[in-house]
Each structure stands twice: as C-alpha cells, then as structure tokens.
Design a protein around this ligand. Sequence first.
Ligand code: AMP
Ligand code: MG
Length: 520
Amino acid sequence: MSDTLNPPSAQRDAAGYSATFEAPFRTTPGFAGLGERFFTRLRPTPLPSPYLVSMAPAAAALLGMPAEASAQPEFIEAFVGNSVPAWADPLATVYSGHQFGVWAGQLGDGRAIRLAQAQTDAGPWEIQLKGAGLTPYSRMADGRAVLRSSIREYLCSEAMAALGVPTTRALSIIGSDAPVRRETIETAAVVTRLAPTFIRFGHFEHFAAHEDVAALRQLADFVIDNFMPACRESAQPYQALLREVALRTADMVAHWQAIGFCHGVMNTDNMSILGLTIDYGPFGFLDAFDANHICNHSDTQGRYAYSQQPQIAFWNLHCLAQALLPLWLEPDAGDTARDGAVAQAREALDPFRDRYASEFFRHYRAKLGLRMPAGGDKEDEPLMNSLFQLLHQQRVDYTLFWRKLAHISSADGASDAPVRDLFLDRAAWDTWAEGYRARLRAEQSDDTTRRAAMLAVNPKFVLRNHLAETAIRRAREKDFSEVDRLLAVLSRPFDEQPESEAYAALPPDWASGLEVSCSS
Ligand code: AMP
Ligand code: MG
C-alpha cells in the first residue's frame, strides 16, 4: 500500500505510534468474496486533521469495541479513512436504480467505501465509511459528506434502532475542517455505518440491466446463503427470496408509518435487500400530523410523501421482481413461459399487501392499547380511520398525541385535558374519545396495564428536525456535546427521562422554516 496516498498516518507513524487500529473482531471476505465485477478495490482519500465528533457506544458494542476505543488516535485515523488497517479490504460496490420513478442507470457507492466485514458473535457486520472520498461511481460529485448530513444520519440510525425499527447502524462521526461545497461551503465528515450487508435492490437491477444472469444468481445466492437460508428449502429459492424481501419491506414500512417516519428518498437504490432503513438523507419525523407530509424539499411532486410510502415500497418491489425474473425465466422462453414466470413473481410479491395491513393494524392497535377484536383487523378500521382524519384536520402533533393518549381514563373524560388540549376542535376530540373509551370498556381494559403497554410502544423522543438542527449548529462551533446528549436521549425513546423534557416538546417557531433537501 502506497504511503503517498496516506500522508497523515505516515506522519504519525514517524511521531512514534502505530497508526493501525487493532480490531477486536475477526474479519471474513463477505461481499469481497463475490469477485471484482461487483466492486472496485480502492483506498479512502485522507482528510486533513480529523477529529472525533461522536461515537455511539451501542453500535461499538456490536463490534465488541469498548466506548473508550474512540479515544485512540488510531481509531480516528482508521474511521476517517486516513489509515487502512491490516484487517481492512476497502472497496466500493456497483449498483444501479430507479430514482423518482425513472431508470437512472449506473449509480454505485459514490462516496461510501466498505472497509471490512466483521464476523461477530451477533453475525456479520459490514463496516462502511460514508464520505471517504471519490470512487469510480462518484459520477459528477465529490465523494464527500458534510457534517450536517452526517450528524443527521448518525443520530437517526441509532434512534431508529432504539425504536426497534430495522435499520443500518452508525458507529461514529469523524470530522475535518476540509471545505465541502454544497449550497454554501460546509465542512467534511465521515460516518461509519454498519449493516449485515449494504446490498440494495439496485445491486440486482444493475446486473439485470446488464443481462448478466450469472452475476445476478451469484448475488441472490449470496443473500440467501448468508441471510435467508430458509429460502434454500423452497422448491423455488429465488421466488422465496423475493417473497422474503417483500415481507421484510412491509414490516419496515408499517413500522415507519407507526412512528411517523418519512424516509424522503425511497429510490430503489436506497432500498435494502434485508428490509433495513438505509441512506438517511432528507428524512423527517412528523411533527403536526399531515398524511401528505413531504419531508424532502427536493421532492416537488410528493412522490415520497408520508402517505405514499407503502405504495412506493410496493412499486420498488416490482422493480426488484423485474430484476430477479431472469433467474427463473430462460431468455428464449416463449410467451406462455414468460406469462408463467411473471405470474410467479406476482405471487411472490402478493403477500406484501396482507403483511403490510396486518402489521399496520398490529402497530396501531398497540399504539391505542387495544386487543385484537373478535371480528379481526377490519373491526378496528372505523376507529382508526376517524382518528387519522381528526389528527390530519387538526394538525395534531403526532408524537405528543400518542404519548398523552396513554394517560386518559377509560371511565370518563376527567383526565383528558393534556391530550384534549392538542386539538383546536375540542368537541371533535370528545366525539372520537367517546368511541375509543367505549371500545376500551368493551374489552375491559385495565387503565394501569394499558398505560404501561402504550408507553412502551409510543416514543416520547424522536429525532425532530429542530433537535438535529440544534446539535448541528453547536457542532459547527466545535461543541459536540449536544450530539452526544441527543444520542443518549434518543437511545431510550420510551423512557420518561424527566431531565430531558425539552427534547419532547413541540417544535419551536423557528423550526417551521427548516428545509431538508437531497443536498448532503
Ligand atoms: P443518494 O440520493 O444519496 O441515495 O445518492 C444517489 C447516488 O449518488 C449514489 O450513487 C451516491 O453514492 C451518489 N452520491 C450522492 N452524493 C454524492 C457525493 N457527494 N459524492 C459522490 N457520490 C454521491
Ligand atoms: Mg443512496
């Protein structure tokens, strides 16, 4: 490995300590074992004078790393990409995808570099640096990520994990004062992300577009063998794979809806094959409930609005199905065979609807503290629909509503005030609450038990935009304590944490002017 590519480490070596970060895990080739048509080996591009912004202890623990590891200069050098430890095999992968509903052709890891695959007791974790410099897939962009978006991705990954939502994880943010041009000049940062695999729908679309069925099969086998071995038992393992991805995606999106999370850029290259939330860019949590909320300022058509997410997930799954089709359809097959193969793909995707619906009802029943009614999910529809209408009309704060709802009494409205006061039209609340209370009484709900159950699924703390913004503003002044503080609060989202009450409050007035776009 050439030292000219690596000046900071070389200097530090001369100053007397090893620049190698000792890994507490062993590594296995993982994605690297697939071979070179799937990626390009390369080294991260160093950043000048890197400094630790934050390290997430829970993510570190996944790798068997103590929280103190980040105090080592070697940690910073390794996880900013300035030194390449002996255990690393850095590479950038190639994928394609549909962006905003349109085929975009080749994309790939334009600024993400996989360092290694750690093999831990809890399974494999790919370690990836985001913002670590140019790759062959950077296209016209600079290979960097700014501190602002890195803090958002880092905090949200860990917050989602604490909420129980399937997600990629974030180990650390390392900053540098190197300038990065976006709408204004900002500074660079590298987020280290972790996931069992970062394979996206777009990886499959890429090889399908190139009519490279052998590569497609290799990729599908890799996913099945490493992550979904039960598919191998099926008579049609690749359809089983598609079905499994559809189910996992349904689970993920139902959970997003329940916690009021908007992804913002559900392009097929931002869809994980494992059904993990991936690529946190212009995401947002609902403040005032608006079913059609668009969190991404660049999404002028509202393609990725909150209410659209389930349908878009299904649309994306169709792209994946299309890509996988050659695995069970011969290229020279006739019309009948083709129709049959397409029907099989549809069959594999079909369970998405029912799974999404049942997960949706399961989440919202839990949020309402209700048991499954005798008549099944359908019986809950009127109560839930009238609630969504009401929350939407009244623009009620989504997170506060659920949290406060836990405290009402099933007997009467005597303790309604905290939640009732969230509604401008109090009479409308009273009407809905009457129906809800009747339902609670019908199932002989015990208020104390129900309250505890509701508080365990309705978070008090979510990463509202203004909270991230405050941490970002302080971090720009080199005060990283708010990033750590927010990380700690968000890692216990269901706990009362009375000392952190301000983090659960309505957004301040200045927050209404915040805009989040694709710029990152
Ligand atoms: P995204 O919209 O963030 O999912 O990115 C779409 C594609 O653009 C991916 O291939 C990214 O790797 C690439 N990309 C985004 N930002 C940059 C950047 N600053 N430098 C290089 N590639 C980028
Ligand atoms: Mg992306």
